[in-house]
Design a protein around this ligand. Structure first.
Ligand code: PLP
Length: 484
C-alpha cells in the first residue's frame, strides 16, 4: 500500500510560466492556422473515450504529458469551429482578444453573484453591455445581463413576462393544478428556434401553450394571423401573455415584422421578446440597423456575441426594459446572501437562475476594445458581402436554387439539376451534403424550407474569405454532379 500523499501545493509560478508559455504558443499557432486540421474529424462515436484511461489517475501527472495528450488525442478529434471552412449552423470564431479575456477570467476566478463578490465584474458587465447597446442602437433604458446561451435568456424573458401579472401569483403558487388560472398563451412563428419550445416546457406553461403562428412567403411571422389568434384566444377566456419575434431565424434568417408585432403587443398588453441571437449583431452596421426596427419597443431582446461577434463561447446577452420584472421573477435572497451595499450596488444573481456567475464580460470588453466598433463593423460587413456574392453565384447557376432571401451572412439553397424529379430532390441534396462534408474540407449544415431539404452556408468566422466560400460552392457543384 502506498503512503498517503501530503496535500500538494498548486503548480509553482516557474512551472506555470513554462507551461503557460507553451500553451500560449500553441494557441498562437492554432489561431494563426486553424485549418491545419480538417474541419471535421475522422472519428467514430466512442473512439475518443476508448483511447483514454477509463479511471482517473491516483497520483498527479506531469503537465507536459497532459498537454501532449491534449494535442495527440483531443485536438485531432475536434470539430474545428475556428476553421475558416466551418460554415455549418451559425459559424462563429474565437479571437486572440477573446481568448486572452477568457484566460484571465479563469485566472481571477471571480463569482459575480453579488456586487460585493466582485465589484469590477458586475460593473464591467453593466458597462460593456451598455456599450453593446449603443452599438446596436437600442434605447438607453435597456438593461443588459449576460448568461451562457440564448436558450437560457429566452427562458428568463418568458419568466419575467409572467410577472406582468402578479395577480396570477405564479411565483408563489406555480401553475400546476391551478383551476383559478386562465389558459396562458405564448406566441412565436412556426420558424422560431426550439429554445422557445424548451422555455415553455421548462417554465411549466406546457408545449400546448405555445401558439406557432404561420409565416408569409418570406418565412416571416404573419402579423395578421398573430392578431387574429390573440383575439380569438382572448375571446375564449385565455390570457395571451407574450410574443417571441425573431430577427434572423435559425433556418433561413428571416426577420419577423417586429414593428407591427410590437403594436399588437402594446394593444394586447403582451410582453414582446425578440430573439436576435444571430441577426441582431448586424445592427452594429449603420446600413443594417433596420434589422432591429421596432425592437426599441420590445420588453426584452437576446443577442449572442458568441455567435457573430468574435467572442468565444459562451456569451449571450439579454436586454430588458423591465429589469424590475426580471428581478421579480428571480430574486430570492437567503440570509447568507443578504448584503448592505445600498441600492446602487447591482447584484446580478437577482436576474436569472444561476447564483454563480462567470466573469464573461471581460472577454467581450476585450473583443470590443481590440477591434473597435469600426473594426467589428468591417468584419460583419465583409461577411455580408461574401454571402451576397455567393447568392449571386447561385442565382446565376441553372442547377442551383436559392431557397430564401439573404438578409445577413447565411445562404440557403439546393441543387436541382434539370431533369431530376421534384420528389427526388430531398434525397439528392442529402447525398450532396454527405459527400461535401465527407471531404472534411468544409462543413455545411442543412435545413428544411417549407419541407424541402436545403443546404446552408453560414459565414461567421473571422478567417473565412470569399475563396473559402467559393471552394464550398464548387464542392457542392462537384458533389451534385457526382451523386446525380
Ligand atoms: N435563437 C436562434 C435564432 C438561434 O439560431 C439559436 C441557435 O442557433 C438559438 C436561439 C439558441 O442559441 P444558444 O445556443 O445560445 O442557446
Amino acid at each position: 500500500m502506498e503512503e498517503p500523499l501530503s496535500p500538494p501545493s498548486d503548480m509553482s509560478p516557474a512551472e506555470f510560466r513554462k507551461h503557460g508559455h507553451a500553451v500560449i504558443d500553441w494557441i498562437a499557432d492554432y489561431l494563426e492556422k486553424p485549418d491545419r486540421w480538417p474541419v471535421l474529424p475522422n472519428v467514430r462515436p466512442g473512439e475518443v473515450r476508448d483511447s483514454l484511461p477509463q479511471s482517473p489517475p491516483l497520483r498527479g501527472e506531469q503537465m507536459d504529458t497532459i498537454l501532449e495528450d491534449f494535442q495527440r488525442l483531443i485536438v485531432p478529434a475536434i470539430t474545428h469551429w475556428n476553421h475558416p471552412a466551418f460554415m455549418a449552423y451559425f459559424a462563429n470564431s474565437s479571437t486572440g482578444a477573446g481568448v486572452l479575456g477568457e484566460a484571465l477570467t479563469a485566472a481571477i476566478n471571480v463569482n459575480a453573484m453579488l456586487w460585493r463578490t466582485s465589484p469590477a465584474a458586475t460593473e464591467l458587465e453593466l458597462l460593456t453591455l451598455d456599450w453593446l447597446r449603443q452599438m446596436l442602437g437600442l434605447p438607453a433604458e435597456f438593461f443588459g445581463t449576460i448568461a451562457d446561451t440564448a436558450s437560457s435568456n429566452t427562458l428568463y424573458a418568458l419568466a419575467a413576462a409572467r410577472e406582468l401579472h402578479p395577480e396570477l401569483r405564479i411565483r408563489e403558487q406555480g401553475m400546476a393544478a391551478r383551476e383559478d388560472l386562465p389558459r396562458v398563451f405564448i406566441y412565436c412563428s412556426e420558424e422560431a428556434h426550439s429554445s422557445v419550445d424548451k422555455a415553455v416546457m421548462t417554465l411549466g406553461f406546457g408545449q400546448s401553450a405555445l401558439r406557432k403562428i404561420r409565416t408569409d412567403d418570406r418565412l416571416r411571422m404573419d402579423a395578421n394571423a398573430l392578431a387574429e389568434t390573440v383575439e380569438s384566444d382572448r375571446k375564449s377566456g385565455a390570457a395571451p401573455l407574450a410574443v417571441v419575434a425573431t430577427v434572423g431565424t435559425t433556418s433561413t434568417t428571416a426577420i419577423d415584422p417586429v414593428p407591427v408585432i410590437a403594436g399588437i403587443c402594446e394593444r394586447e398588453k403582451m410582453w414582446l421578446h425578440v430573439d436576435a441571437s444571430y441577426g441582431g449583431t448586424a445592427a452594429i452596421l449603420p446600413e443594417m440597423r433596420y434589422v432591429l426596427d421596432g425592437c426599441d419597443r420590445a420588453d426584452s431582446l437576446v443577442v449572442n456575441p458568441h455567435k457573430w461577434l468574435f467572442t468565444p463561447m459562451d456569451c449571450s446577452v439579454l436586454y430588458t426594459r423591465r429589469p424590475d420584472l426580471l428581478k421579480r421573477a428571480f430574486q430570492h435572497i437567503p440570509d447568507y446572501l443578504v448584503v448592505s451595499d445600498g441600492t446602487d450596488a447591482v447584484n446580478l444573481m437577482d436576474y436569472g437562475v444561476a447564483l454563480g456567475r462567470r466573469f464573461r464580460a471581460l472577454k467581450l470588453w476585450f473583443v470590443i476594445r481590440h477591434f473597435g466598433v469600426e473594426g467589428l463593423r468591417s468584419l460583419i460587413r465583409e461577411h455580408i458581402r461574401i454571402a451576397r456574392q455567393l447568392s449571386e453565384w447561385i442565382d446565376a447557376d441553372r442547377e442551383l436554387e436559392r431557397m430564401a432571401d439573404v438578409d445577413f451572412s447565411t445562404v440557403i439553397f439546393r441543387h436541382c439539376p434539370p431533369g431530376l424529379a421534384d420528389e427526388k430532390l430531398d434525397e439528392h441534396n442529402v447525398r450532396i451534403l454527405e459527400a461535401v462534408n465527407g471531404t472534411r474540407e468544409v462543413y455545411l449544415s442543412h435545413t428544411r424550407v417549407r419541407g424541402r431539404y436545403s443546404l446552408r452556408i453560414a459565414i461567421g468566422n473571422i478567417h473565412t474569405t470569399e475563396a473559402h466560400v467559393r471552394r464550398a460552392f464548387d464542392l457542392v457543384k462537384k458533389a451534385g454532379r457526382a451523386v446525380s
